[in-house]
Design a protein around this ligand. Structure first.
Ligand SMILES: N[C@@H](CCC(=O)N[C@@H](CS)C(=O)NCC(=O)O)C(=O)O
Length: 207
């Protein structure tokens, strides 16, 4: 088995579905967490980060960036895809919708002006989340099983459940009521023994 080292901030966000993939597969990895306040001074511009961003995964010392590429690589390696081309298209689609949601979330995170930040928060609650979550809920509801790809757990279940929890906590506590099928999906994924056990011991963070 290769040696895996994941470098990210002390956050869930883009790093957490990658951590969950390791946990579900029972594969050891080093979980390196950079203190956010030291990022720009001590890390970002050192040449160690090809895109000057995280997450970054080292596999036997070779560096890979891009959370989606990393997650899909692990999914193929650990069997977190269905193997059916058409079903996996739906799986990729759900994950890509979540990443569109991440980009809107990131605009809100980065905004410093309080008025503009409040406006971005409202747009997330009123416009972006309903649009994105309606699409994902339809995919889950028509999958024919508990998961996005039917009865098989895939990497997109990890990213969807992670972001559904984050968005419920930070944007709209009514998401579980508004999206009952996605809430059920969230509960199913969070109850997977390896994920449940990890959530109990993982560092406590706001995001
Ligand atoms: N497309 C990249 C986006 C990575 C990204 O936006 N990372 C953020 C943290 S979530 C980051 O490194 N922020 C610090 C910076 O840009 O200086 C991916 O999916 O990995």
């Amino acid at each position: 088995m290769p040696q895996y080292k994941l470098t990210y901030f002390n956050l869930t966000a883009l790093g957490e579905p990658i951590r969950w993939a390791f946990k579900v597969a029972g594969v050891a990895f080093e979980d390196i967490r950079i203190p956010r306040e030291e990022w720009e001074t001590n890390y970002k511009f050192t040449g160690r980060f090809p895109t000057q961003q995280v997450p970054l995964l080292e596999i036997d010392g070779k560096v890979y960036t891009q959370s989606g590429a990393i997650l899909r690589h692990l999914a193929r390696t650990f069997g977190l895809i269905t193997g059916n081309e058409m079903v996996d298209l739906t799986v990729d689609q759900a994950d890509s919708i979540v990443i569109d949601g991440f980009r809107e979330f990131q605009k809100w995170v980065r905004e410093k002006d309080p008025t503009l930040k409040a406006d971005l928060h409202k747009r997330m609650v009123d416009t972006h989340l309903p649009l994105f979550l309606t699409q994902i809920q339809e995919i889950v509801a028509s999958s024919g099983g508990d998961f996005i790809g039917g009865s098989k757990l895939t990497y997109a279940d990890l990213s969807v459940a992670n972001w559904f929890s984050i968005w419920t906590n930070l944007f709209d506590p009514d998401l579980p009521k508004k999206f009952p099928r996605l809430n059920q999906h969230n509960q199913t994924v969070l109850a997977i023994p390896e994920i449940k056990a990890w959530i109990e011991v993982r560092p406590k963070t706001n995001v």
